[in-house]
Design a protein around this ligand. Structure first.
Ligand code: FAD
Ligand code: NAP
Length: 338
């Protein structure tokens, strides 16, 4: 059923109030096809919605927001590995925990990432040194212009650091309906991140006998200790991508700021955007209804339920200050609509 003039505030984790001209929740492929054909007849733009944890609503949306509610999760374990077929409307964290509870390894570092399965390939979600593409097999997506179903292999998706073909060349052309993953049997823990190392040390866990369940518990504990829960303090997670710069820029910054947090990444260096924002003096600052989280400067928060303009003004002020102080350009990670 298509609803008219619906406030999307409950459908985005920044809790921004903005109306969509039309709204549909779809639970089957036929319902999705019908919604797309309705939009096509009226020449409406489409906003596919999962949990709304990676979007910024800058104003009313003059089209059809489609909440993808397709359900279904099949997990087939095989030792530590196995296969997973998940419909787009399943909760990502529930999927991770279902594999961990069955003794399967691979996804544990990706625990507690908010949102739905269908959005996970869009930015190739990642955390603690693990990315969706490490376990990705294929996905099924419906073409918005025709309603036809297409299969995408890992190479078709052109995954990169927090990026995929669906943010680039094929942006706004497909709605992901199902994601298929494969976990290998020869699982190895991935615990290089300092926060994980520290937690494991504090617990006195033996690094040679770690289990996926222990690592999931560590990730959940660390995340709960520093990231605001969106239903308590509205936010969209990391607001900026970590910028990757060349070796010359990195060396200059490192000489000027010996405590710069940066990691080698491909040909260049990945700078911790949170460090740059913190060092520029923004951590914990409030600007009107919005602000910068006091424990993690990369997270912009909206405790006063401000509008999209409040969020974008703050984001622009931070990016411009970081540019002035460090000569580094910050790009927002969430997608702005409309
Ligand atoms: P939405 O916000 O609903 O949508 C995001 C984008 O994907 C939009 O452009 C939307 O149109 C599109 N989209 C959604 N569903 C579909 C679909 N079925 N087909 C086609 N397009 C679709 N991200 C990380 O990578 N790592 C993290 O560790 C992480 N931690 C976070 C922590 C917090 C507290 C928060 C609030 C966010 C975090 N994020 C993280 C960002 C976010 O959770 C992920 O990007 C997540 O995958 C978004 O899922 P969603 O269902 O909420 O997507
Ligand atoms: P953190 O552990 O304090 O680390 C700070 C930054 O340094 C991170 O951005 C991370 O890059 C990088 N880093 C740390 N150790 C690294 C290593 N061994 N090798 C390469 N890079 C390293 O970060 P945090 O903010 O608490 O987040 C923890 C993890 O959760 C990170 O992976 C982060 O991406 C993810 N996260 C993402 C979001 C989001 O919305 N996208 C929100 C919260 C947390 P990477 O970011 O590239 O990993």
């Amino acid at each position: 059923m298509i609803e008219v003039n619906i406030d999307l505030q409950p459908h985005n984790t920044l809790a921004i109030s903005a109306n969509t001209a039309f709204f549909a929740r779809v639970e089957t492929l036929d319902e999705l096809r019908e919604a797309l054909s309705f939009a096509q007849q009226k020449r409406l733009p489409i906003l596919p919605l999962g949990g709304g944890s990676n979007i910024v609503l800058t104003g009313d949306f003059p089209g059809l927001a489609i909440q993808v509610g397709l359900r279904g999760l099949t997990i087939t374990p095989n030792g530590r590995g196995g296969t997973i077929e998940a419909a787009a409307g399943e909760e990502w964290h529930q999927l991770v925990m279902s594999t961990v509870e069955q003794g399967m390894g691979g996804l544990e570092n990706l625990a507690l990432i908010p949102g739905k399965v269908g959005a996970a390939p869009i930015q190739n979600i990642g955390a603690y040194g693990v990315e969706l593409c490490d376990f990705f097999c294929s996905l099924q997506a419906m073409e918005i212009s025709t309603g036809a179903l297409h299969n995408f292999s890992v190479s078709d998706c052109e995954f990169d650091y927090r990026d995929s073909v669906f943010k680039g060349r094929l942006r706004d052309q497909f709605i992901i309906t199902q994601v298929n993953l494969r976990l290998e049997q020869d699982w190895q823990p991935r615990v290089a991140y300092p926060a994980l190392q520290q937690f494991i040390g504090q617990q006195g866990w033996d690094c040679d006998s770690l289990t996926p369940a222990q690592i999931a518990a560590a990730v959940i504990d660390i995340r709960n200790s520093k990231l605001p829960l969106p239903d308590q303090i509205p936010n969209a997670g990391s607001f900026f991508k970590n910028p990757v710069v060349n070796a010359d820029i990195y060396q200059n910054l490192k000489s000027a700021h010996p405590d710069l947090v940066a990691y080698a990444s491909g040909e260049g260096w990945k700078l911790a955007a949170g460090w740059l924002i913190d060092r520029a003096g923004w951590r914990g600052r409030r600007q009107e209804a919005v602000g910068v989280h006091h424990q993690q400067a990369l997270v912009l928060v909206n405790p006063g339920r401000g509008c999209g303009d409040d969020v974008t003004r703050l984001a622009r002020a931070i990016a411009s200050d970081v540019q002035d102080k460090f000569g580094v350009t910050l790009e927002p990670e969430p997608r702005y609509y409309p």
